[in-house]
Structure formats: structure tokens, C-alpha cells
Design a protein around this ligand. Sequence first.
Ligand SMILES: C[S@@+](CC[C@H](N)C(=O)[O-])C[C@H]1O[C@@H](n2cnc3c(N)ncnc32)[C@H](O)[C@@H]1O
Length: 226
Amino acid sequence: MSVHEEFDAWAEAGKDRGMEQRHWHTAKHALARMPVETGETVLDLGCGSGYSLRALRETAGVGRAYGLDGSPEMARNARSYTDDSSVGYLVGDFGDLPFPDDSLDHVFSMEAFYYAANPDETLREIERVLRPGGTFYCAVNYYEESETTHEWEENLDIEMTRWNREEYRQAFREAGLYVAQQDTISDRDVDIPPAEEFPTDDWETREAMVDRYRTWGTLLTVGVAP
Ligand SMILES: C[S@@+](CC[C@H](N)C(=O)[O-])C[C@H]1O[C@@H](n2cnc3c(N)ncnc32)[C@H](O)[C@@H]1O
């Protein structure tokens, strides 16, 4: 199945809002760290419901905000959740960003980058569209060290790239981005029941749940364009 078919089906079933709720737990911390100045331009790659741009417009005074998604239904839903004319949601692919060189101040992406057909090409595209000193905040829950996430690949009929932390840093550097920061953001909003309540519907053991949410959470890698 193609990425756009899979995520069109998710959007039509209203799952974009469910993703937003789950991802917000750690995305809000990544967004709060972005060095966005009033009036700057931000792109959200794989925007889903588009929540990150609505938040940045409210909290950081973003000037122009673009959400790009390969799923027309995701982009349609995102458009329907706002009447803010400074926020635009586009259909497009990570491999060919529809922006001129040096035209964006910041790029954000939550739980989407690893779906890129060619992640190295996507990083080169991000480096191309960022102005010098512009930043890329790349947040992923699916990565090598977070072992409980590996099974996601079996549940989805889409190619996913599973890099480890060093591979992210190396790929950023090879694309011409300086790595300014990398760390993991623990998800503290998910309640983890006491040991005697396991197994639950979703988790065999408490240890696995702690590993997923508290130990590994979201990997954030921050790149800066030279
Ligand atoms: C798991 S969802 C995450 C959505 C949102 N960022 C969030 O945090 O809820 C991944 C999104 O990336 C989009 N996507 C995946 N691969 C893409 C690609 N190659 N080009 C454009 N969008 C893509 C999907 O359509 C989907 O909406």
C-alpha cells in the first residue's frame, strides 16, 4: 500500500485526531524548544491533523506556516480545523519540497520522517530549503534503541527506515546539517498501571511499557543549516 493510501484511510476514519492526542505528549516539548522568532516561516513535514502549526501560531508568533502531507485526506482534515489564513496545508512528498532554496526559517516533523522513501534525499531537501541558521526539529518514536516500537513495521504495509541515534546524526551531517542537539523526550503523560495489572490489552509487561514511554519516548534530533 502507498503512504498516501494508508494515511488517507486513517484520515477518513478520524485517526488523525487520535495521533494528535498521542503525539502531543512529547511533540509539545519539542515545539517549545524551537527557536522561532515572531514572523518567521515554519514548515511541518508530515503534518497529519496540522496541530503543530496551530500551536506555534498561538505560542510563538509564527508568521507563515506550511503543513505538507502526502495524504490529500490528511491535508483536507487539517485545513478544516482552522480558519487562520496564515496557515496553509499542502499535498506533497518529502522527496521534492515545493519551496525555493533558503526560503524557510524552521522545519518541524513529528513521527513522519522515517516514512520518506529516501530519507537522505529528504534531508538534502530540508538543507536546501532552510536559510542559513535555520533549524530542523526531527522527532520520531520509531527508532532502533526503542525496541518495543520495532513491531510497528509488521502492522503497516509501508516501508519504514529504522535508524539508531548515531545514524540520525551521521545522516544529518552528510546532508550538510550541523547536529546542534540530540536527546530523548520521555512521555510522562501516559499512565503506567501498577505491575499487578499486567498484562493489559496492549502490553504484556510493565517493563515494556516503561521502556517505550519513559526510557525511550521520542528521539529528537536538531539540525542547523550552515
Ligand atoms: C504517523 S503520521 C504523523 C502525523 C503528525 N505529524 C502527528 O504527529 O500526528 C505521518 C504522516 O506523514 C505523512 N507522510 C508519510 N510519508 C510521507 C511522504 N513521503 N511525503 C509526505 N507525507 C508523508 C503521512 O501521510 C502522515 O500523515
